[in-house]
Write a protein that binds this ligand. Structure first.
Ligand SMILES: N[C@@H](CCC(=O)N[C@@H](CS)C(=O)NCC(=O)O)C(=O)O
Length: 197
């Protein structure tokens, strides 16, 4: 059994979206988390080592960190075609974009929001403007982040693009707007929004 520890309208929605895309049986357990406004607290029922969401339990084994959970699930259900398998020429790009969401996009955009100055050679990510440039350049001739085929990397990167434009942290451009509209029009995204309104 797959059990997702979640909190509505948080990063765990990406995993709900992926599970809906996969169309596999799963259960969710809603837990409390610490919030930016100082409310909320760690939930002893949450197995995540930092009390964060998402956390996934699969037959008694814990998986945490959004990118790891996404890779775990697309590898677990290769027949669903939501992530290139080992040996596929697109596997490397797939892993890169999965890692890029949490390792580059998120820190760059949060630093912009918090007005923290970027320091090259020290920070393991690029400044927000450079990240926007890379995303716009990559997506200008591509329907999805890997090309013509939708994958979990679109939930990862595209989900971040969608929410960060919505919250005005990322600059809206026609390329990114079209991309976000394309992926959020998917039935699995709509189902996720219905589950966690
Ligand atoms: N790097 C983690 C980040 C997870 C995370 O920070 N989740 C937030 C919700 S969006 C959370 O649980 N915050 C509560 C806390 O920091 O204790 C991942 O990608 O899974």
């Amino acid at each position: 059994m797959l059990t997702l520890y979640q909190f509505p309208k948080s990063r765990s929605d990406s995993i709900v979206w992926l599970l809906e895309e996969l169309g596999v049986p799963y259960e969710t357990k809603s837990v409390s988390i610490r919030r930016a406004d100082g409310t909320g607290e760690r939930d002893p029922a949450n197995p995540h080592p930092h009390g964060k969401v998402p956390a996934l339990m699969h037959d008694g084994h814990l998986v945490f960190e959004t990118s790891a959970i996404m890779l775990y699930l697309t590898d677990l259900f290769p027949e669903k075609g939501l992530g290139p398998a080992v040996g596929d020429p697109m596997r490397g790009e797939y892993l890169s974009w999965l890692a890029y969401r949490t390792g580059v996009i998120e820190p760059a955009m949060l630093m912009r929001r918090l007005e923290v100055k970027h320091v090259y050679g020290m920070m393991g990510w690029a400044p927000a403007e450079e990240v926007e440039e890379v995303l716009n350049e990559t997506l200008k001739d591509r329907k999805y982040i890997l090309g013509d085929t939708f994958s979990a990397a679109d939930i990862s990167v595209g989900g971040a693009v969608h929410y960060m434009m919505l919250f005005k942290i990322m600059k809206e451009t026609p390329v990114l707007k079209d991309y976000a509209a394309r992926i959020t029009a998917r039935p699995a995204f709509k189902k996720t929004m219905e589950r966690n309104p």
